[in-house]
Write a protein that binds this ligand. Structure first.
Ligand SMILES: Nc1nc2c(ncn2[C@@H]2O[C@H](COP(=O)(O)OP(=O)(O)OP(=O)(O)O)[C@@H](O)[C@H]2O)c(=O)[nH]1
Ligand SMILES: [Zn+2]
Length: 186
């Protein structure tokens, strides 16, 4: 599990290093607050997000399923600052391998709650759907704003990074891919 004591020590050191007083009333409980917060926002490191796809329905559906506008919060691994936006997840199941809609959102959350790169996050979601559901295809689009690009550094508020991962039939069929992208855009 996440080492809360180590985080507390480290945060106290950061507070001292920036020239603040860790005993000041407002800061006294900050190390333990941050430790609890990190436990929550990095909880994906301690789960196997794929496991959410274990339970399958035996439906006959073999048409496209899209869950779009899934709210997304993750942490950029380069700066440990948040990036946030929306994930859109499309897949085409095989008979008997339909998953619950909420499980797609849980999958996104499991991979997002780690130090991440937006590209890796996008691929991990698509690859899990292909692997665990043996899907005919998966397409994942993530649009996000990175605080490391808005709050600091290059400071470009409003800039959005869009990444996609396209697998299986979405790769092979231009029409299927175009249909998914147009449904995601609406
Ligand atoms: N590819 C990719 N890059 C990211 C992501 N999140 C942050 N970055 C980039 O990671 C890079 C890190 O660059 P460095 O030059 O090592 O760090 P830096 O000096 O803080 O860079 P600046 O942000 O340009 O000030 C920056 O260009 C960030 O914009 C991500 O999810 N994917
Ligand atoms: Zn960053």
């Amino acid at each position: 599990m996440i080492d809360q004591q180590k985080i507390e020590k480290a945060v106290r050191m950061i507070i001292e290093a920036i020239g603040e007083d860790p005993e000041r009333e407002g800061l006294r409980e900050t190390p333990s607050r941050v430790a609890r917060m990190y436990e929550e926002i990095f909880s994906g490191l301690w789960e196997e997000p794929d496991a959410h796809l274990e339970k399958k329905f035996s439906g006959d559906h073999e048409e496209m399923v899209i869950v779009k506008d899934i709210p997304l919060y993750s942490m950029c691994e380069h700066h440990l600052l948040p990036f946030y936006g929306k994930a859109h997840v499309a897949y085409i199941p095989r008979k008997g391998n339909v998953t619950g809609l909420s499980k797609l959102a849980r999958l996104v959350e499991g991979f997002a709650r780690r130090p991440q790169l937006q590209e890796r996050l996008t691929s991990q979601i698509a690859d899990s759907i292909m692997r665990r559901l043996n899907a005919q295809g998966a397409l994942v689009v993530i649009e996000a704003e990175h605080m490391c690009m808005t709050f600091r550094g290059v400071k470009k508020p409003g800039s959005k990074t869009v990444t996609s991962a396209v697998r299986g039939i979405f790769q092979r069929s231009e029409a299927t891919r175009a249909e998914a992208f147009s449904l995601v855009k609406d």
